[in-house]
Design a protein. Sequence first.
Length: 164
Amino acid sequence: MADGEKVDVYLSLGSNVGDRKDYLDTAKKLLSPCIEALEASSIYETEAWGYTDQPDFLNQVLYGKTVLKPRELLSCLKGIEERMGRKETFKYGPRVIDIDILLYGEEVYQDDVLNIPHSRLLERAFVLVPLAEIAPEVIHPLEGRKIQDLLSDVDQSGVKKVSS
């Protein structure tokens, strides 16, 4: 990728504290320094994953374009989470907003804090369902399979669409 060239990115947004829908909407508005948001999935409600003794999440996936490198994008997203009041609690704990990079073009990127594609993407229906809604034909760079095909490998029963 040449400097300044725009890259397709897919982000997941999740919230399970307070006015969850408002937090998703606010995060989308604050993303403009990081990405040019072009498409959003429907919003889905799911039970908490990892640590389950907490409120249900609202989840959504966004597609956009960015000129930022992966670590710059991550830094921008973490700044939005902080600005929105996210406090680090414990792994998989409740949060006002969680923004993850799912895919960054066709790149595979890994360092001590960032894995692209997202390391748990293949096991999370709450991410695969909305991702398949807006990007069914996108190929997972490590699996070599379309997102819609990967979706068939996970249990989707706990993922409920709440708004388009």
